[in-house]
Design a binder for this molecule. Structure first.
Ligand SMILES: Cc1ncc(COP(=O)(O)O)c(C=O)c1O
Length: 401
């Protein structure tokens, strides 16, 4: 038997990292000591009290049944408290918060709930590839909007408004932005909300990086009237080192969330209760948790700068999120060329920016999800393998001083 694959999958290839990690695995099996600076999965554990909560709750015999489709009340309450404390946003835990099995599934759920074949959706270029694939899986059509360095990686809303937006039903936005690390301020969020209202577009803000290397975590829902036109996804993956736990949420208008639940409740059967209760514990951690997380990432980032200096890459030092995004020097055709050279000559993998869209072609992205020593070792290899005989950047700078 040879069943044909559904038409909806024809535009969708296997996720880039799924393929690349297989190649890296093969190289490792051949004995190559690859350092992977690609993926943004935090390498540190959650707070010890969170792990203890999971252990204790898992040991209780009554906690192993199917759970409510809309999440445990304790988790919804904890999300509401977190949104109020850190973003100044009031969300009704009963109706305006829907816990998710990671925010990635929320992207798919929102698309499946609101999009029909032929609808158009604005997606960022560059941007998180899942927006594009989720839209395409529904049969809707992606309309790229450009993000460019010279515009601070923000969309040009005036230029967009001049386009025919009559078929656009939904727009994906994400600040702090992945992969560029750009932030949007409150006034830009307000402009986005006004744009969405004027053009009758459902604005979907994906907000998993707001606590990482960012002094002022912000929610788009803090803009007055935002709930009329916007939904926001959030996640504990990055902010609480819980990527593998798969805990996220959607916040927004109750009637919209009820429709998402209509779809989602046909997909899964709730989340393991001990995970939900431990996640609630994580959401109650105080500011010190975020402070120590960010001290660690800031130290790693300094080391990542040294690596990029050795490659003559240019980068903005004001980026937020788990990565450093950098422009490759002109003697490389693009970020893919540099990424390949690093992988095959120095056993170091960095993500080529082009996988996030054509506007990322001239860039690479380095993850901060590894110890400083690993970044240091990657830098050493780059000096040794890529610059044989040429003076080391740091030595050079030290000599100048
Ligand atoms: C921009 C962006 N949105 C969403 C996600 C998914 O996060 P989660 O682990 O909550 O599914 C990621 C993960 O890397 C991401 O980079």
């Amino acid at each position: 038997m040879n069943p044909s694959v559904a038409k909806r999958l024809q535009h969708t290839s296997e996720y880039y990292f799924s393929r690349k990690l297989r190649e890296i695995d093969t190289l490792k099996k051949q004995g190559k000591p690859i350092i992977n600076l690609g993926i943004g999965s935090p390498d540190q554990p959650p707070h010890e009290s969170v792990i203890r909560a999971l252990q204790d709750r898992a040991a209780e015999p009554g906690n192993h049944a199917y759970q409510s489709y809309k999440g445990a009340p304790a988790l919804r309450q904890a999300f509401a408290g977190w949104y109020q404390k850190y973003y100044g946003v009031d969300l009704d835990p009963e109706t305006e918060i829907l816990p998710l099995i990671g925010s990635k599934e929320g992207i798919m759920h929102i698309c499946m709930t609101f999009l029909d074949e032929g609808d158009e959706v604005l997606v960022p270029n560059p941007g998180y590839p899942t927006y594009r694939s989720a839209v395409q899986l529904t049969g809707a059509v992606c309309v790229d909007y450009d993000l460019r360095e010279e515009n601070g990686w923000l969309p040009d809303l005036k230029a967009l408004a001049a386009q025919d937006l009559s078929r656009v039903k939904l727009m994906w936005v994400n600040y702090p932005h992945m992969p560029t690390g750009a932030r949007a301020d409150k006034s830009f969020f307000a402009e986005l909300v006004a744009f969405a209202r004027e053009h009758d577009i459902l604005l979907c803000h994906d907000n998993p990086y707001s606590f990482i290397l960012n002094e002022q975590p912000a929610s788009l829902l803090a803009v007055e009237g935002a709930k009329d036109v916007a939904l926001e996804l959030n996640s504990l993956s990055k902010s609480h080192n819980m990527a593998g736990w798969r805990i996220g949420m959607i916040g927004g208008r109750s009637d919209l969330l009820a429709e998402v639940l209509r779809f989602k409740s046909n997909m899964d059967s709730g989340m393991f209760l001990p995970l939900q209760l431990a996640a609630a514990k994580a959401l109650g951690l105080d500011e010190q948790w975020y402070r120590s997380l960010n001290e660690m990432y800031a130290a790693r980032r300094t080391q990542a700068y040294a690596l990029l200096d050795n490659l003559d890459c240019c980068y903005d030092k004001g980026q937020s999120g788990l990565f450093v995004w950098a422009r490759v020097p002109e003697h490389y055709a693009d970020g893919y060329a540099l990424s390949d050279e690093l992988l095959y000559q120095a056993d170091v993998f960095v993500t080529p920016g082009g996988i996030f869209g054509t506007n990322g072609n001239d860039y690479i992205r380095i993850s901060l999800c590894c110890p400083s020593e690993t970044l240091q070792e990657a830098t050493r290899r780059i000096r040794e393998k890529l610059h044989q005989g040429s003076p080391d950047k740091n030595d050079h700078q030290q000599k100048e001083v």
